[in-house]
Structures are given as C-alpha cells and as structure tokens.
Design a protein around this ligand. Structure first.
Ligand code: LLP
Length: 422
C-alpha cells in the first residue's frame, strides 16, 4: 500500500499535488511519503509482535538522512555496509547500539570508526575478517560483538545479481564450516560471539527459501549452543520482495514472513533482528520526470524524458520493471498506445520501458515512476554530467526538499587540473 493516489485527477503524495512539487523544485526529482515509510515499518513490527526483535532498516535502499531520522524516530535500528553509511546513520541521530555493520569487505578503518562510535554488532563474513576485527578491537582495548554470517546454500529464486545465499556467492561462511569459525572466534580476545547472521538475497517473492534457510540456522543454533557458544541473537537479513508490476501475483506479506520466523526459530528464545530495505522504502517513493519530446521513429515512437539511467539505474541494470503513470489522471476509457520510454543519455541501455501502453502524452507533461523509493536515488550517478536530482519528503500537506539539486558549478569545481597542464 502507498500514499500516491489521484485526487480530483491530480497525482498526489499524501495531500500534496505532485505538480506543485514539480513547480517548486523542477524535474526530475524523487519524492517520498512519510506515511508509507511509517506504515511499512509498522507492518514489520506487527509481523514480529510478541518476539523480542529489532528492525534494522537496510539503509542501502534509501539513505537520505531525513528518511533515516524518520526511521530512527520510530525506533528502528540500521543495517550499514560501509563507513559512509555508518557516518550517515550517526549523523541522522541513530544511536550506535542500534547499528548493525554488515558487508563482505569491511576495512580496518571502517571497523575502527564503528568501534569508536558504538555498534550493536559486526556481521562477520570470513575468517580473515574475523582476525582483522580481533586485531583492531584489541588495539583499541575493546571487544567487538559479532555474529558470523553463514551462507546456507539456498536458492533465493530471485535475479542472479541480487541472490546472495548460494555457495557460489561471495557472501558469508559456508554453513558447513560454521562450527570451526565459531570455535576460532571464541578463542579470540577482541571479539565476542552474540549470534548468527544470514541473508539470502533481495526481492524474494516466495517464502520457501526463507523457510529452508531459517531451518538450517535453527539447527546450527542448537549445535553452537551445545558447543558452548552464547547464541542469543539471530539476524535474518532482509530481502522480502514487493510488487513492481500490478499484473504479477503479490509477493508474500510481512505477516506471513513473521509466521515463518516464529515457526522455524521461535522456540530458540533468541532476539530476532531483520534488515528490510526495499519493503520499507520501495513503494514509499516516486521518481517524477518531465516529457522533453515525443519522437516518431521507424515503426515505433519514443517518449523522451528528462530523467535517465543515471537517475534510476534499475531498468538498465536488472531489466527491472517500474510502473510509469501520468501525473494528470487520464480520462476513463482513453486509448493507450505502445511507446518506448527513454532518457537522454547516449546509450541504448538508457531505456526505461519498451512498447509500454501509455495514454497520449505531450512535451511538458509529467510522468511518475512508481516503486522508486528503494535503490533509486542511492544508485544514481552524475554520468553525462547530469546533476543528481533533488529528493523531497512529504508529510501530510507539507513537503520539504531533503536533498537539493547541486549547481553545475559545484560539480565542475570538484575536479582539479594539475599544474603541469595549466
Ligand atoms: N541485508 C543485507 C546484508 C543485504 O545485502 C541487503 C541487500 C539487505 C539486507 C536488504 O535487502 P532488501 O530488503 O532491500 O531486499 N540494488 C538492487 C538490490 C540490492 C540488494 C543488496 N542487498 C536492486 O535495485 O534491486
């Protein structure tokens, strides 16, 4: 569910007309709904109600500090995967004890930063990382709380680029080697084992892979406890999918996901952590673009937008589908025609949709990409020296620019020309 609906024929974010935001900030831009973000957080709270748990929002999905502050105010923790994300979470007011540090290649500097600022736990992904963290923590006179991320060798049945739980993926320690790794960790003074971590992939549209992975984690938990480890926390990662395409069947609901967690892991009495990103932010955001030209090609027409692959990379990178709707509601029964929807970047990959049925649109009209709140702005670049587009947060009838469009000057001045070329 989201809060982007037509009201009297005008697409709105909560109670703000998208066209009004466009007039104020110019296109293209991202807009996020506070009500949708809040609702998605609460849906997970309800799904895990009665179990000791913490929702650690995977901020890689959308790390605007206004979004982080909103999440933190609701009581969320954060899942971070870099020193940059850690610093951003702290700057947004998230306490260190609610920050989980994930990632396959944490550097010693990143470990130092998180240990100094406070961290809930590191999710360790390899034996060399375990040794590195032990060394850093001891050098600081500290002891780092850790889980070990295990790779359960489960097929998440999602896009190959975002599946992470098969043995051929770079993530985690093979579950078969987990007992050795935990024994190694227990012997180190600079780390303290607090739990187990698993994350099998993103945009999962079935519960069976979760069921399989969590069952393996439950077995491992019992084995590790029998080995004498104090396993009291299970981090289950994120990955629950969302509906991008209306005609597709709906992905499982958080409530049903919660039931799987309860059924497979409830008896262990552990604190549960989950790291949802996409489900919290995805449907809470739109990318709004203007139509620059309608171009007639040979046998097909093109809707050329002022947004491009550098603003929303998902279609070019994963052939991802995003629903694209006009900001002015089309009249009932209006005829749609297939058209290719593209950006201005100089490569054919800069195509958002091929032969998409659209109502008539003209230069100057606005369109909105739905489900663009996750992995949209965060994956943007300045390719073609296109400034990163503004982000706007709506709450009720108010909106605020939460990241401004940089000037061309700011971008140009970031480079410097060496003296020998002067
Ligand atoms: N935890 C870990 C360790 C992760 O690697 C991820 C996502 C998450 C949590 C959050 O997963 P989510 O709930 O958002 O599915 N750029 C891609 C998605 C990459 C996901 C990477 N890891 C896309 O646009 O589809």
């Amino acid at each position: 569910m989201d809060h982007f609906q037509y009201q009297s024929g005008a697409l709105c974010a909560e109670r703000v007309a998208i066209a009004d935001i466009a007039r104020a900030v110019g296109t293209p831009f991202y807009v996020y709904s506070s009500a949708t973000l809040t609702r998605h957080y609460q849906v997970f709270q309800e799904a895990l109600a009665g179990m000791d748990h913490l929702i650690c929002y995977a901020m890689k999905a959308n790390s605007n500090q206004a979004v982080l502050r909103l999440m933190a105010n609701l009581g969320a923790g954060m899942d971070v995967v870099s020193g940059g994300e850690y610093a951003r979470a702290i700057a947004a007011g998230v306490p260190g004890e609610r920050i989980v540090f994930s990632g396959v290649g944490k550097t010693a500097d990143e470990m130092r930063m998180a240990l100094a600022g406070g961290v809930r736990q590191f999710n360790v992904e390899s034996e060399p990382e375990l040794l590195a963290l032990d060394a850093v923590a001891r050098e600081m006179g500290l002891c780092a709380p850790i889980t070990i991320r295990v790779n359960p060798d489960v097929d998440a049945k999602t896009h190959a680029k975002i599946a992470t739980g098969k043995s051929e993926n770079k993530f985690g320690i093979p579950i078969a080697r987990a007992r050795e790794a935990y024994a190694q960790a227990a012997a180190l003074e600079g780390v303290k084992v607090v739990g187990i971590d698993v994350h099998i992939g993103s945009q999962l549209t079935e519960l069976a892979p979760y069921e399989a992975a969590f069952t393996k984690v439950a077995e491992l938990c019992e084995l590790l406890r029998a080995d004498g480890h104090d396993i009291r926390r299970l981090d289950l990662g994120g990955g629950l999918g969302i509906p991008y395409e209306r005609s597709n069947s709906l992905p499982p609901l958080p409530l049903d996901y919660g039931a799987v967690v309860r059924r497979t892991l409830g008896h262990l009495g552990c604190e549960i952590e989950i790291e949802p990103g996409r489900l919290i932010a995805g449907n809470a955001g739109l990318l709004v673009a203007g139509v620059t030209y309608v171009k007639q090609g040979e046998g097909r027409n093109f809707l050329i937008l002022d947004a491009a692959m550098n603003d929303l990379l998902r279609p070019a990178m994963y052939d991802a589908y995003h629903e694209i709707i006009p900001v002015v509601e089309p009249e009932a029964g209006v005829e749609t025609r297939p058209i290719d929807i593209v950006g201005p970047v100089c490569e054919t990959g800069d195509t958002f949709a091929r032969q998409r049925a659209m109502p008539p649109l003209a230069a100057g009209d606005l369109v909105a990409f739905r489900t663009a709140g996750a992995y949209g702005a965060v994956m943007a670049s300045e390719y073609n020296t296109r400034p990163m587009i503004p982000e706007v947060l709506v709450q009720g009838d108010q909106f605020a620019v939460v990241r401004a469009r940089p000037s061309l000057e700011e971008i140009i001045n970031r480079d410097s020309i060496p003296l020998w070329l002067a």
